[in-house]
Design a protein around this ligand. Structure first.
Ligand code: GLN
Length: 484
């Protein structure tokens, strides 16, 4: 059952070939047996899952089920889940039981999806390797010595190892696409505002976006149908009419104009990864697409700009963890200042502290204009690069990550080299555009991801191109040998 697509699972559930309870038991058993190898879950909610599965079976029986009713899902532990620990990968929230559901979670519940548990992640979603989690690193199912990418490393590894058919993640600078690439699965960062941020623990509010993670483009489209949509509880939610993201999957891509930015193919790109991307481009050309060289001239500034804006916003968002209202509190505080200081010193890990310090500095009087304001101005130039490019082409394509998965421990003491793993993904968040990563091949048994970037609200187009590519290739069907 674990190798079936969502459409196949849905068909089987609707035909009553097996029940949602049976399907849920099956995945819970896989998690119990196999997750010790990769550490992809922080919490497994077996009892709750079986109760939800039972309710789903009733809906299926009474004929008022939706397409994904009864299908198990894993939520990144950044989404608040009522009555269930929501840790955000941090000691700070290790004791936090959320009193309400994030909109994304609520929408999945309403559709009848069954929550298997909460997935591991970099602390407060800060990282590209899942090594900053308080709950220990996640391992890449293709090579357990290697990182899965981050910060949605647990979500992506769980889907890659088929411990969950589908999952949610979040992407602030690449955290859905980069791990999807490194684990050989499909992950979408939607247009900023398409998926509600209500109940999604904030890292950098102008960049954070939730999105679907699955085995293939059609699965991702099916989950996007459930989680997208206007939410009055999120002030930056887009009031965009509901779309069916599966409607255009089968459209021909003949005549599609693909832009190849020279900045994504320059120095820093691993030569073997480059070859795989070239082969994928040829495949799309054979399907009728035309290729156009384009320029995104401010790409080299995206990482420095991001590492001003994201820490600035994080320093503000994380000021709420003061030991007073919720989260970790130090023992025997002497006074209020001691309570703040020790609670935060004990609750946050090194990377989170580093970001809070950078952000506080960048926002402080006297430096605000030189750093934060300047970064916002360059952000606009980065976004204008894309606007210009989309006057010439329909989608932009390149490698998701310049390398394949690196070894656990290899970059932990070198933050700059870690930050550079998102060099191709970060500009997409700064511009608020949709980006999709799909598997395109392997280098030494480690997956390579292809990134497709679209204009605002062009998710259906990206999914169409990805689906057409997946009709012609079978990279997305390969499973890591230890998790067949
Ligand atoms: N790796 C980037 C960072 O550390 C992006 C993380 C994310 O997208 N949440 O901030």
């Amino acid at each position: 059952m674990h190798n079936k697509t969502l459409a196949e699972l849905s068909h089987a559930l609707h035909q009553r070939e097996y029940s949602s309870v049976e399907l849920t038991r099956y995945f819970l058993e896989r998690i119990e047996r196999l997750d010790t190898q990769i550490n992809s879950f922080i919490s497994v909610t077996a009892e709750m899952a079986l109760a939800q599965a039972q309710a789903a079976d009733q809906r299926l029986q009474s004929g008022n089920a939706s397409p994904l009713t009864g299908i198990p899902i894993a939520h990144k532990d950044i989404f608040c889940t009522e009555g269930v620990k929501t840790s955000c990968g941090s000691k700070m929230l290790d004791n936090f039981i959320a009193p309400y559901n994030a909109t994304v979670v609520e929408k999945c519940h309403t559709a009848g999806l069954v929550m298997l548990g909460k997935t591991n992640m970099d602390e407060f979603a800060m990282g590209s390797s899942n090594e900053t989690s308080f709950y220990g690193p996640v391992k890449n199912p293709w090579d357990t010595q290697a990182v899965p990418g981050g910060s949605s490393g647990g979500a992506v590894a769980a889907v890659a190892a088929r411990l969950a058919p589908v999952a949610t993640g979040t992407d602030t600078g690449g955290s859905i696409r980069q791990p999807a690439a490194l684990c050989g699965i499909t992950g979408l960062k939607p247009t900023y505002g398409l998926v509600s941020r209500y109940g999604m623990i904030a890292f950098a509010s102008s960049l954070d976006q939730g999105g679907p993670i699955g085995d293939n483009a059609k699965d991702v489209a099916l989950l996007l149908n459930v989680i997208a949509g206007f939410d009055e509880r999120d002030s930056t939610s887009l009031n965009h009419p509901q779309e069916d993201y599966t409607a255009h999957l089968n459209d021909s891509i003949a005549g599609l104009k693909i832009g190849l930015p020279k900045e994504f193919f320059g120095e820093g790109l691993n030569a073997e990864v480059g070859k795989i991307v070239e082969a994928a481009i040829k495949e799309l050309e054979q399907a009728g697409a035309t290729l156009h060289e384009i320029e995104l001239p401010h790409t080299h500034l995206s990482v420095p700009v991001y590492y001003i804006i994201a820490p600035a916003e994080c320093s503000s968002n994380l000021s709420r963890y003061d030991g007073v209202r919720f989260g970790h509190r130090c023992e025997n505080p002497q006074d209020l200042l001691d309570l703040y200081k020790r609670s935060r010193a004990q609750g946050f890990g090194a990377e989170v502290k580093r970001r809070i310090m950078i952000g506080t500095y960048a926002l402080s009087a006297g430096y605000y204009d030189a750093y934060y304001l300047k970064a916002q101005q360059i952000r606009r130039l980065i976004s204008n690069d894309f606007t210009d490019a989309f006057k010439q082409v329909d989608v932009i394509l390149g490698p998701t990550s310049p390398t394949t998965a690196f070894k656990i421990g290899e970059k932990v003491n070198d933050p700059i080299s870690m930050y550079l793993s998102d060099i191709n993904t970060i500009s997409v968040n700064l511009a608020g555009l949709p980006g999709l990563s799909i598997p395109a091949g392997f280098v030494n048994q480690r997956p390579v991801g292809l990134q497709l970037i679209g204009n605002y609200l062009n998710e259906a187009r990206l999914l169409n191109v990805a689906h057409q590519y997946q009709q012609r290739t079978d990279w997305h069907r390969q499973n890591p040998p230890k998790f067949l």
